[in-house]
Design a protein around this ligand. Structure first.
Ligand SMILES: NC(=O)c1ccc[n+]([C@@H]2O[C@H](COP(=O)([O-])OP(=O)(O)OC[C@H]3O[C@@H](n4cnc5c(N)ncnc54)[C@H](OP(=O)(O)O)[C@@H]3O)[C@@H](O)[C@H]2O)c1
Length: 262
Protein backbone atom coordinates (compact mmCIF):
# COMPACT_ATOMS: atom_id res chain seq x y z
CA UNK A 1 0.00 0.00 0.00
CA UNK A 2 1.34 3.45 -0.98
CA UNK A 3 1.07 5.74 2.04
CA UNK A 4 1.37 9.46 2.64
CA UNK A 5 4.69 10.24 4.19
CA UNK A 6 3.98 12.71 6.99
CA UNK A 7 0.90 12.99 9.21
CA UNK A 8 -0.27 15.47 11.83
CA UNK A 9 -2.66 14.01 14.40
CA UNK A 10 -4.32 16.35 16.89
CA UNK A 11 -5.12 14.77 20.25
CA UNK A 12 -2.55 11.96 19.97
CA UNK A 13 -2.09 11.45 23.71
CA UNK A 14 -4.95 9.01 24.19
CA UNK A 15 -7.73 6.96 22.63
CA UNK A 16 -8.30 7.17 18.90
CA UNK A 17 -5.53 9.69 18.19
CA UNK A 18 -2.94 7.59 20.01
CA UNK A 19 -3.97 4.32 18.35
CA UNK A 20 -4.06 5.99 14.94
CA UNK A 21 -0.54 7.31 15.54
CA UNK A 22 0.60 3.77 16.42
CA UNK A 23 -1.01 2.28 13.30
CA UNK A 24 0.63 4.90 11.06
CA UNK A 25 4.04 4.70 12.73
CA UNK A 26 4.02 0.90 12.39
CA UNK A 27 3.55 1.41 8.64
CA UNK A 28 6.49 3.80 8.34
CA UNK A 29 4.53 7.05 8.28
CA UNK A 30 6.27 9.90 10.13
CA UNK A 31 3.83 11.34 12.64
CA UNK A 32 3.62 14.58 14.61
CA UNK A 33 1.11 14.25 17.43
CA UNK A 34 -0.31 17.01 19.61
CA UNK A 35 -1.61 17.26 23.15
CA UNK A 36 -2.23 20.11 25.57
CA UNK A 37 0.52 18.64 27.78
CA UNK A 38 3.78 17.44 26.30
CA UNK A 39 4.19 14.92 29.17
CA UNK A 40 1.00 13.13 28.03
CA UNK A 41 2.77 12.21 24.79
CA UNK A 42 5.73 10.59 26.56
CA UNK A 43 4.31 7.01 26.49
CA UNK A 44 3.74 7.29 22.74
CA UNK A 45 7.24 8.72 22.20
CA UNK A 46 8.69 5.69 24.00
CA UNK A 47 6.55 3.20 22.03
CA UNK A 48 7.49 4.92 18.78
CA UNK A 49 11.18 4.12 19.27
CA UNK A 50 10.43 0.56 18.06
CA UNK A 51 8.42 1.61 14.99
CA UNK A 52 9.70 2.39 11.47
CA UNK A 53 8.04 5.84 11.40
CA UNK A 54 9.49 8.78 13.39
CA UNK A 55 7.37 10.48 16.03
CA UNK A 56 7.43 14.18 16.95
CA UNK A 57 5.62 15.15 20.17
CA UNK A 58 4.12 18.64 20.05
CA UNK A 59 2.42 20.66 22.75
CA UNK A 60 -0.44 22.50 21.09
CA UNK A 61 -3.92 23.41 22.23
CA UNK A 62 -6.22 23.24 19.19
CA UNK A 63 -8.19 26.19 20.57
CA UNK A 64 -5.28 28.46 19.64
CA UNK A 65 -4.65 29.24 15.96
CA UNK A 66 -1.12 30.44 16.83
CA UNK A 67 -0.35 27.16 18.61
CA UNK A 68 -1.55 25.13 15.61
CA UNK A 69 0.50 27.26 13.21
CA UNK A 70 3.54 26.76 15.43
CA UNK A 71 2.89 22.99 15.51
CA UNK A 72 2.84 22.84 11.70
CA UNK A 73 6.04 24.94 11.54
CA UNK A 74 7.80 22.52 13.89
CA UNK A 75 6.53 19.56 11.87
CA UNK A 76 7.85 21.09 8.63
CA UNK A 77 11.21 21.81 10.24
CA UNK A 78 11.51 18.16 11.29
CA UNK A 79 9.92 16.30 8.34
CA UNK A 80 9.94 18.85 5.50
CA UNK A 81 6.35 18.27 4.34
CA UNK A 82 2.80 17.52 5.50
CA UNK A 83 0.62 15.01 3.64
CA UNK A 84 -2.10 14.02 6.06
CA UNK A 85 -4.04 15.81 8.80
CA UNK A 86 -6.26 13.89 11.20
CA UNK A 87 -8.31 16.55 13.00
CA UNK A 88 -9.14 14.30 15.93
CA UNK A 89 -8.80 16.31 19.16
CA UNK A 90 -12.20 16.66 20.76
CA UNK A 91 -14.24 16.42 23.92
CA UNK A 92 -17.75 15.35 24.76
CA UNK A 93 -20.55 17.03 26.68
CA UNK A 94 -23.62 15.63 28.34
CA UNK A 95 -26.62 17.36 29.92
CA UNK A 96 -29.16 19.98 28.92
CA UNK A 97 -28.27 23.25 27.23
CA UNK A 98 -29.89 25.25 30.03
CA UNK A 99 -27.94 23.41 32.73
CA UNK A 100 -24.57 23.73 30.97
CA UNK A 101 -21.99 26.11 32.42
CA UNK A 102 -20.75 28.89 30.16
CA UNK A 103 -17.16 27.68 30.51
CA UNK A 104 -18.12 24.13 29.45
CA UNK A 105 -19.99 25.48 26.42
CA UNK A 106 -16.98 27.56 25.43
CA UNK A 107 -14.52 24.73 25.93
CA UNK A 108 -16.67 22.35 23.90
CA UNK A 109 -17.24 24.67 20.94
CA UNK A 110 -13.69 26.05 20.93
CA UNK A 111 -12.21 22.54 20.98
CA UNK A 112 -14.57 20.69 18.65
CA UNK A 113 -15.27 23.46 16.12
CA UNK A 114 -12.60 26.18 16.37
CA UNK A 115 -9.98 23.47 16.95
CA UNK A 116 -10.77 21.80 13.63
CA UNK A 117 -10.81 25.16 11.83
CA UNK A 118 -7.42 26.19 13.29
CA UNK A 119 -5.92 22.77 12.43
CA UNK A 120 -7.15 22.88 8.83
CA UNK A 121 -6.05 26.50 8.28
CA UNK A 122 -2.58 25.72 9.63
CA UNK A 123 -2.19 22.55 7.54
CA UNK A 124 -3.51 23.61 4.11
CA UNK A 125 -0.68 26.01 3.07
CA UNK A 126 1.85 23.21 3.69
CA UNK A 127 -0.24 20.68 1.72
CA UNK A 128 -0.53 23.15 -1.17
CA UNK A 129 3.26 22.85 -1.57
CA UNK A 130 2.96 19.11 -2.37
CA UNK A 131 2.69 17.95 -5.99
CA UNK A 132 0.05 15.43 -4.90
CA UNK A 133 -1.72 17.68 -2.37
CA UNK A 134 -2.85 15.96 0.81
CA UNK A 135 -5.68 14.44 2.77
CA UNK A 136 -7.55 16.04 5.67
CA UNK A 137 -9.67 13.71 7.77
CA UNK A 138 -12.14 15.28 10.15
CA UNK A 139 -13.06 12.98 13.02
CA UNK A 140 -16.75 13.63 13.48
CA UNK A 141 -19.39 11.35 14.97
CA UNK A 142 -22.47 9.33 14.01
CA UNK A 143 -24.38 11.71 16.29
CA UNK A 144 -23.74 14.62 13.86
CA UNK A 145 -27.01 14.19 11.92
CA UNK A 146 -29.01 12.93 14.92
CA UNK A 147 -31.60 14.57 17.17
CA UNK A 148 -30.12 14.08 20.62
CA UNK A 149 -31.74 15.89 23.55
CA UNK A 150 -29.30 16.21 26.49
CA UNK A 151 -26.38 15.55 24.19
CA UNK A 152 -27.34 18.40 21.88
CA UNK A 153 -24.27 20.58 22.34
CA UNK A 154 -21.89 17.76 21.46
CA UNK A 155 -24.04 16.60 18.52
CA UNK A 156 -24.25 20.20 17.23
CA UNK A 157 -20.47 20.61 17.46
CA UNK A 158 -19.95 17.47 15.37
CA UNK A 159 -22.69 18.52 12.91
CA UNK A 160 -20.75 21.77 12.40
CA UNK A 161 -17.50 20.03 11.48
CA UNK A 162 -19.23 17.45 9.27
CA UNK A 163 -20.82 20.33 7.39
CA UNK A 164 -17.42 22.00 7.14
CA UNK A 165 -15.91 18.79 5.73
CA UNK A 166 -18.59 18.52 3.03
CA UNK A 167 -18.00 22.07 1.77
CA UNK A 168 -14.22 22.03 2.19
CA UNK A 169 -14.10 18.96 -0.05
CA UNK A 170 -15.10 21.24 -2.93
CA UNK A 171 -13.05 24.27 -1.83
CA UNK A 172 -9.79 22.33 -1.66
CA UNK A 173 -10.30 20.00 -4.59
CA UNK A 174 -8.40 22.21 -7.02
CA UNK A 175 -5.40 22.09 -4.64
CA UNK A 176 -5.60 18.25 -4.84
CA UNK A 177 -6.34 18.23 -1.11
CA UNK A 178 -8.94 15.59 -0.29
CA UNK A 179 -11.27 16.17 2.69
CA UNK A 180 -13.05 13.30 4.37
CA UNK A 181 -15.65 13.20 7.11
CA UNK A 182 -15.34 10.24 9.48
CA UNK A 183 -18.67 9.61 11.23
CA UNK A 184 -17.38 7.57 14.11
CA UNK A 185 -19.48 5.38 16.39
CA UNK A 186 -18.97 4.61 20.04
CA UNK A 187 -15.37 3.65 20.82
CA UNK A 188 -13.78 2.46 24.05
CA UNK A 189 -11.56 5.39 25.16
CA UNK A 190 -11.37 7.98 27.96
CA UNK A 191 -13.98 10.02 26.07
CA UNK A 192 -16.87 9.34 28.50
CA UNK A 193 -14.65 9.91 31.56
CA UNK A 194 -13.34 13.21 30.12
CA UNK A 195 -16.77 14.42 29.00
CA UNK A 196 -17.92 17.85 30.20
CA UNK A 197 -21.32 18.54 31.78
CA UNK A 198 -23.40 16.45 34.12
CA UNK A 199 -25.02 13.18 33.11
CA UNK A 200 -28.72 13.20 34.07
CA UNK A 201 -28.89 9.43 34.39
CA UNK A 202 -26.55 6.50 34.86
CA UNK A 203 -26.76 5.98 31.09
CA UNK A 204 -26.28 2.27 31.72
CA UNK A 205 -27.63 1.09 28.37
CA UNK A 206 -24.63 2.15 26.39
CA UNK A 207 -24.29 1.34 22.69
CA UNK A 208 -21.72 -1.33 21.77
CA UNK A 209 -18.19 0.04 21.51
CA UNK A 210 -15.34 -0.56 19.07
CA UNK A 211 -11.76 -0.68 20.29
CA UNK A 212 -9.57 2.36 19.63
CA UNK A 213 -7.05 -0.01 17.98
CA UNK A 214 -9.68 -1.04 15.43
CA UNK A 215 -10.47 2.60 14.70
CA UNK A 216 -6.75 3.42 14.36
CA UNK A 217 -6.29 0.62 11.81
CA UNK A 218 -9.45 1.73 10.00
CA UNK A 219 -8.09 5.27 9.65
CA UNK A 220 -4.81 3.87 8.28
CA UNK A 221 -6.82 1.99 5.63
CA UNK A 222 -8.70 5.16 4.70
CA UNK A 223 -5.50 7.06 3.87
CA UNK A 224 -5.42 5.62 0.37
CA UNK A 225 -9.14 4.94 -0.13
CA UNK A 226 -10.05 8.60 0.42
CA UNK A 227 -13.82 8.33 0.94
CA UNK A 228 -15.76 11.61 1.20
CA UNK A 229 -17.75 10.35 4.15
CA UNK A 230 -17.20 7.17 6.08
CA UNK A 231 -19.11 5.20 8.73
CA UNK A 232 -17.03 2.35 10.14
CA UNK A 233 -19.59 -0.16 11.40
CA UNK A 234 -22.74 -1.75 9.97
CA UNK A 235 -24.36 -1.05 13.39
CA UNK A 236 -23.74 2.70 12.97
CA UNK A 237 -25.02 2.65 9.37
CA UNK A 238 -28.22 1.06 10.69
CA UNK A 239 -28.43 3.72 13.41
CA UNK A 240 -28.15 6.48 10.79
CA UNK A 241 -30.78 4.82 8.62
CA UNK A 242 -33.21 4.57 11.56
CA UNK A 243 -32.47 8.23 12.34
CA UNK A 244 -33.31 9.23 8.75
CA UNK A 245 -36.58 7.30 8.72
CA UNK A 246 -37.71 7.74 12.35
CA UNK A 247 -35.96 10.81 13.84
CA UNK A 248 -38.52 11.20 16.65
CA UNK A 249 -38.05 7.58 17.69
CA UNK A 250 -34.29 8.23 18.01
CA UNK A 251 -35.00 11.47 19.92
CA UNK A 252 -37.26 9.61 22.39
CA UNK A 253 -34.56 6.95 22.92
CA UNK A 254 -32.03 9.72 23.51
CA UNK A 255 -34.38 11.42 26.01
CA UNK A 256 -34.53 8.18 27.93
CA UNK A 257 -30.84 7.48 27.59
CA UNK A 258 -29.39 10.94 28.29
CA UNK A 259 -32.26 12.65 30.04
CA UNK A 260 -33.10 9.87 32.50
CA UNK A 261 -36.77 9.82 31.40
CA UNK A 262 -38.60 6.48 31.45
N1 LIG B 1 -14.91 7.60 21.88
C1 LIG B 1 -16.05 7.70 21.21
O1 LIG B 1 -17.03 6.96 21.48
C2 LIG B 1 -16.16 8.66 20.06
C3 LIG B 1 -17.25 8.52 19.17
C4 LIG B 1 -17.37 9.41 18.10
C5 LIG B 1 -16.42 10.41 17.91
N2 LIG B 1 -15.37 10.52 18.80
C6 LIG B 1 -14.41 11.60 18.57
O2 LIG B 1 -13.11 11.04 18.51
C7 LIG B 1 -12.15 12.04 18.88
C8 LIG B 1 -11.15 11.45 19.86
O3 LIG B 1 -11.81 11.11 21.06
P1 LIG B 1 -11.38 9.85 21.97
O4 LIG B 1 -12.53 8.96 22.05
O5 LIG B 1 -10.07 9.31 21.54
O6 LIG B 1 -11.27 10.60 23.40
P2 LIG B 1 -10.04 10.78 24.43
O7 LIG B 1 -9.43 9.46 24.74
O8 LIG B 1 -10.61 11.59 25.54
O9 LIG B 1 -8.98 11.64 23.60
C9 LIG B 1 -9.20 13.00 23.30
C10 LIG B 1 -7.91 13.61 22.76
O10 LIG B 1 -8.18 14.98 22.42
C11 LIG B 1 -7.16 15.78 23.01
N3 LIG B 1 -7.66 17.12 23.33
C12 LIG B 1 -8.77 17.48 24.02
N4 LIG B 1 -8.87 18.82 24.08
C13 LIG B 1 -7.81 19.31 23.40
C14 LIG B 1 -7.35 20.62 23.09
N5 LIG B 1 -8.02 21.73 23.48
N6 LIG B 1 -6.21 20.75 22.37
C15 LIG B 1 -5.52 19.66 21.95
N7 LIG B 1 -5.89 18.40 22.21
C16 LIG B 1 -7.03 18.24 22.93
C17 LIG B 1 -6.73 15.03 24.26
O11 LIG B 1 -5.38 15.41 24.57
P3 LIG B 1 -4.90 16.08 25.96
O12 LIG B 1 -5.98 15.85 26.98
O13 LIG B 1 -3.63 15.33 26.27
O14 LIG B 1 -4.68 17.50 25.62
C18 LIG B 1 -6.78 13.58 23.78
O15 LIG B 1 -5.58 13.23 23.12
C19 LIG B 1 -12.96 13.23 19.42
O16 LIG B 1 -13.06 14.23 18.44
C20 LIG B 1 -14.33 12.62 19.69
O17 LIG B 1 -15.36 13.58 19.60
C21 LIG B 1 -15.22 9.68 19.86
Amino acid sequence: MKLPRVALITGASSGIGKETAIALLQHGVNVAGTSRKIASLQPLSILAEDFPGDFLALQADVRSSAAMQDAVNQLLERFGQLDFLIANAGIGHTGGLMEASESDIQQLLQTNIDGVIHSVRAAVPAMRQNIDGGHIMIVSSVVAPMTLPYSALYAASKAAVSSLARSLYHELKEDRIHVSDFLLGRTETNFIANRLGQARSQQARMLPAMSAETVGRTILGLLEKKPRSFVARPFDRLLLMVNRILPDFVARRALRHYGGKN
